[in-house]
Design a protein around this ligand. Structure first.
Ligand SMILES: [Fe+2]
Length: 362
C-alpha cells in the first residue's frame, strides 16, 4: 500500500529526472534569447542585460551552485567581450566591465545555489523521515490485522484484496462531480491503508462462534455483530491518546459502520443512506464482494458474475446506489484484483450474516 509520503517521493523523483532536464534547457535557451535582446536593443548600455539574472537563478536553484556558477560565467561571456556597450554609437565595453559582471553573476549563482542545495537537503531528509514514520505506521497496522485475521484467515489475502478494491472504488468514485470535493488523493490513500482494520474487533469474538462451520444461531449472531463495536472502541481509545491523528478517524468509521446498510437495516446502529460515512459505504461493497467470491468452510465460492449480480441487486438496499454504479463500471478490474491477490480462500464468513448471502447459498 502506498502512502501519501511515497507519492510525494515519487513526485520529487519525477521532478529530479524530468524537471531538471527541462530547467537546464530553459535556462540556456533564455540566456541565448536575452543575449539577442541585449544586442538588438543596442548593447549593454540598456537595462535588458539585467534579465540574465533570471536564467542564472533557474539554473542555480534547480541544479545547484556549481552548475549555476558555470551557467553564470557562460551567460556573462555571451554579453561579454563581443557585445558592444552601445551598438548605435559603436562603443565597446571595457574589459573590466564584463569581467566584474562575470564575477557578480558567478557570486549570485553561488549564493542562490548554496541555499537551494541546503533546503533541498533539508527537504529530502524530512521526506525520508516521514517515509520511515509512515512505514512504521503501516507495519503496526499489519501486525494488528494479521493478529486478528490469523484466527480465521491464515493467508492475509482478504485484507490485501479489500484494500485494493477500496482504492479502486474510491479512485473511480472521485471522477464523479458529486464526490470531487470530498474524495482527494489523501482520502484514497487513507482508505487503502485503514480498510484492513475493518474486522479487527474479531479478536474479541469467541472461537466457537468465529470459527463455527455453519450458520450462527440468533444469539451467536448477536455476539458476532459486536466485532464492529469492539474494534471501533479499541481504536477510539487509541485516538484518545493521539487526538490529532485523522488517520484514526477513518479507521474508526470503517470499523464501526462497515455492516451498516443503505436502507437502514444493518448493524450496529441501523444508520441509513448518507448518515453512514462514505468510507464505510465503500468498504461494505468491497467486503461483501470479497466474501461472496471466497470459499466458506461448508460451501463453494460464488463466481465473479454471480457476485456482481448480487451486488447489483442490493443497490439501494444494502449498498449506496452511486457506489454500485461505479462498481458495475469497473467490475472487471475488481475481478482482476481478486485473482491477483488470491491465496487460500478458506475463510469463515458467517459474521457477515447477510440475507442475500444466505439466500443465494453463500
Ligand atoms: Fe465485519
Amino acid at each position: 500500500m502506498r502512502s501519501s509520503d511515497s507519492i510525494l517521493k515519487d513526485l520529487w523523483d519525477t521532478w529530479q529526472r524530468k524537471g531538471k532536464v527541462s530547467a537546464w534547457f530553459i535556462a540556456y535557451l533564455l540566456s541565448i534569447i536575452i543575449t539577442a535582446v541585449v544586442y538588438w536593443t543596442g548593447g549593454t548600455v540598456t537595462a535588458y542585460a539585467n534579465l540574465m539574472y533570471i536564467p542564472i537563478a533557474i539554473m542555480a536553484s534547480t541544479h545547484g551552485k556549481w552548475h549555476g556558477v558555470i551557467h553564470g560565467i557562460i551567460s556573462s561571456l555571451l554579453i561579454g567581450p563581443f557585445m558592444p556597450l552601445d551598438r548605435v554609437l559603436g562603443i565597446s565595453q571595457k574589459t573590466i566591465n564584463w569581467i566584474v559582471r562575470m564575477l557578480i553573476y558567478a557570486v549570485n549563482a553561488f549564493v542562490i545555489g548554496f541555499f537551494s542545495d541546503y533546503y533541498r537537503h533539508v527537504y529530502q531528509e524530512r521526506v525520508k523521515k516521514e517515509k520511515e514514520i509512515a512505514e512504521s505506521k503501516l507495519a503496526m497496522i499489519y501486525s494488528l490485522v494479521k493478529l486478528a485475521e490469523s484466527r480465521d484467515d491464515s493467508t492475509g489475502a482478504h485484507i490485501e484484496r479489500v484494500a485494493q478494491i477500496c482504492r479502486l472504488l474510491a479512485t473511480n468514485l472521485r471522477k464523479r462531480k458529486k464526490y470531487q470535493d470530498y474524495i482527494d488523493a489523501d482520502f484514497i490513500e487513507k482508505i487503502t491503508q485503514v480498510s484492513p482494520l475493518h474486522d479487527i474487533g474479531k479478536v474479541g469474538i469467541p472461537d466457537y462462534i468465529l470459527l463455527k462451520p455453519g450458520r450462527l444461531s440468533e444469539e451467536e449472531y448477536e455476539v458476532m455483530k459486536e466485532h464492529t463495536t469492539i474494534g471501533a472502541k479499541t481504536l477510539q481509545e487509541v485516538k484518545e491518546k493521539f487526538p490529532n491523528n485523522r488517520f484514526l478517524d477513518m479507521a474508526i468509521g470503517i470499523t464501526y459502520f462497515h455492516h451498516e446498510k443503505w436502507d437502514g437495516t444493518g448493524y450496529p446502529f441501523g444508520l441509513a443512506e448518507e448518515t453512514i460515512p462514505l468510507s464505510a459505504r465503500i468498504m461494505a461493497i468491497a467486503d461483501v464482494y470479497d466474501a461472496l467470491r471466497s470459499k466458506r468452510v461448508y460451501k463453494n465460492a460464488f463466481s465473479h458474475a454471480e457476485s456482481v449480480k448480487i451486488i447489483q441487486e442490493e443497490s439501494g438496499k444494502a449498498f449506496d446506489p452511486d457506489i454500485v454504479e461505479v462498481f458495475m463500471d469497473i467490475h472487471e478490474e475488481i475481478n482482476e484484483i481478486y485473482d491477483r491477490y488470491s491465496g487460500n480462500q478458506e475463510r469463515t464468513l458467517a459474521h457477515l450474516g447477510t440475507g442475500y448471502l444466505e439466500g443465494t447459498g453463500a
